[in-house]
Design a protein around this ligand. Structure first.
Ligand SMILES: [Zn+2]
Length: 279
């Protein structure tokens, strides 16, 4: 995919424009463009991270190269600052929504998955809220689940290293991707389970929990994305287990009528009627 920035339209200096890759509304000028000379410019999107540059055939001089690098560093710094600000706003919004909601008792999603509420809430009578907390218990974002099962995170909210804890950690602490898997594992085994929300967050959460609970045995409970190229769930879980010296648990569907969409411990529970995590 090529993203075109009309370099010639901007005079020398700094500008904010709509990102050609992720920009949606003309009001959202998420891309910073710096024109260094008629031949050279750099652009960086604070939202999607796209970096683009314009250079003609002429090589950059030493002075230009230094100016280029300085500007790139400044853009990155600005990016980090804006991201922190967005995350702080999302965290404040998350806390407000959390306080305005009520403890979940039942919900169509919970009945569909055959699981119970564990420290989650309901907003406006229909939306399940699952908090994303850091190691100190502060809420940074929320995952919302609609009655039809569709899931959303708060835009701009921090996810990395944040999790939702089910149960009291002692001896062994399980880590799973989604709430349904985690609830199933907790209800079936009695162990505490941390919800990491997606496979890319398994490692940051495992590292955080390893630092917080150095004496517990961490068990990474994989989603087995067996029909997806590269099996992202299993790959991420086994890498995280390896990195923190933890164990790896994989749902064993052998002898069961497994369909393509049966990937995680909640599916195993539905098919087998029970789930255990063995040595
Ligand atoms: Zn962008």
């Amino acid at each position: 995919m090529t993203h075109s920035i009309l370099w010639g339209e901007y005079p020398i200096g700094d500008h904010r424009i709509l990102c050609p890759a992720c920009g949606t509304s003309p009001r959202k000028k998420d891309m910073g463009v710096t024109i260094l000379s008629p031949e050279h410019g750099i652009a960086h999107c604070f939202k999607c991270g796209l970096i683009a540059s314009k250079r003609d055939q002429r090589e950059l001089s030493e002075v230009e190269r230094r100016a280029y690098k300085r500007r790139m560093d400044a853009l990155r710094k600005q990016h980090d600052a804006e991201q922190r600000e967005r995350q702080a706003r999302a965290a404040a919004g998350a806390s407000q929504r959390w306080l305005a909601s009520v403890p979940a008792l039942d919900h169509p999603y919970l009945s569909a998955k055959g699981i119970k509420p564990h420290g989650i809430r309901v907003e406006a009578g229909h939306t399940l809220l699952i908090p994303l907390r850091d190691g100190k218990g502060h809420i940074h974002s929320l995952q919302s689940i609609a009655p039809d099962g569709s899931k959303h995170f708060m835009p701009g909210g921090r996810t990395k290293g944040c999790y939702h804890a089910i149960g009291q950690a002692s001896g062994r602490l399980l880590i799973a991707e989604g709430y349904a898997t985690a609830a199933t594992l907790h209800e079936q085994t009695g162990y505490a389970v941390a919800v990491a929300f997606n496979c890319g967050n398994l490692l940051p959460v495992a590292q955080m929990l390893r630092a917080k609970y150095p004496c517990l045995t961490l068990v990474l409970c994989a989603d087995d994305d067996w029909t997806t190229e590269g099996n992202p769930g299993l790959t991420a879980a086994s890498a995280a287990a390896h990195a923190v010296g933890g164990l790896l648990a994989v749902p064993d569907f052998s002898g069961l009528d497994r369909q393509g969409g049966d990937t995680y411990f909640n599916d195993l529970q539905r098919l087998a009627g029970r789930v255990e995590v063995m040595e």
